[in-house]
Design a protein around this ligand. Structure first.
Ligand SMILES: O=C(O)[C@H](O)[C@@H](O)[C@H](O)[C@H](O)COP(=O)(O)O
Length: 257
């Protein structure tokens, strides 16, 4: 864990989701003011989708110029497009279908009934090409410098779909990989790897609940990224942990105010 990690603790999951949504609005507005457009990488999972739902209802929501926002995913469940398990479907239901995003700037990972059929390796390679096409001369490794990359984490320390001791946890070359036999269903997924995650300017790790408290504490204490993948999630400029009191309960940190 790099020393530059910041940790913010909110009292409850609802306050956390609302505060993250507000933080996302102001961050994206600032980035768009500075460089004309912005990019965000979305995550699946309970808090990840709750943030999008709060963002949909946020009073300042439309301070963001949705037409100048590039949307990516950190991981995706490799299931049919209409499957309720799809992170893309959940994100569209929660937010993207309610704001005027430019469809050409929304980049979902392929579904298992899409153009690559039931071949997650081909789907992963295609997404790596999407990222490479979006990378600029100043970017490294064929991945754009995402402005904000959102992540969740599992109780055993997974993040995106990088699970402990899995092949993805050792991947240092490719930006996107297929992941099989995941302990968290559905079993087949597509995921950004650590090099891609670490291309982000800011990585925001969001988590709630006692079940995550050990993984949070271990990651902040410097655990290794193969055994505890969330420990390998860090941004080029900032790594921000956004937690509720329960997830932070073994860090000695408590909500302020
Ligand atoms: O597609 C996924 O499942 C997510 O990307 C995954 O990494 C998730 O963020 C964590 O498992 C936390 O999920 P919960 O917040 O629901 O515990």
């Amino acid at each position: 864990m790099n020393a530059a990690s910041d940790v913010v603790v909110h009292a409850t999951p609802d306050v956390l989701a609302a505060a993250c949504a507000a933080r996302l609005v102001t961050t994206l507005v600032d980035v768009q003011a500075a460089k004309g457009s912005a990019s965000v990488v979305l995550t699946g999972g309970g808090i990840g989708i709750a943030i999008l739902e709060q963002l949909r209802e946020a009073p300042a929501r439309d301070a963001v110029d949705w037409s100048r926002l590039d949307v990516y995913w950190g991981d995706e469940r490799f299931v049919p497009a209409g499957d309720a398990e799809r992170n893309e479907k959940q994100a569209r239901d929660a937010l993207l279908d309610h704001v005027p995003v430019d469809p050409a700037r929304v980049h979902p990972m392929a579904a298992s009934d899409g153009e690559f059929g039931d071949d997650p390796d081909a789907a992963a390679a295609a997404y790596a090409e999407v990222l490479a096409a979006a990378a600029g001369p100043e970017d490294h490794g064929g991945v754009p410098t995402f402005d904000v990359l959102l992540l969740g984490l599992g109780g055993e320390g997974h993040t995106a779909s990088i699970f402990p001791e899995s092949p993805a946890a050792y991947e240092q070359e490719r930006s996107v990989v297929a992941v099989r036999n995941c302990p968290k269903p559905p079993p087949t997924r597509i995921s950004l790897t650590f090099p891609a995650i670490r291309s982000a300017a800011e990585v925001w790790i969001t988590s709630t609940g006692e079940a995550k408290a050990d993984a949070v504490a271990l990651a902040l204490a410097g655990a290794g990224e193969v055994q505890l993948p969330v420990a390998g999630a860090r941004g080029k400029r900032r790594t921000l942990w956004l937690l509720d009191a329960a997830a932070a309960s073994k860090t000695g940190l408590t909500p302020r105010g």
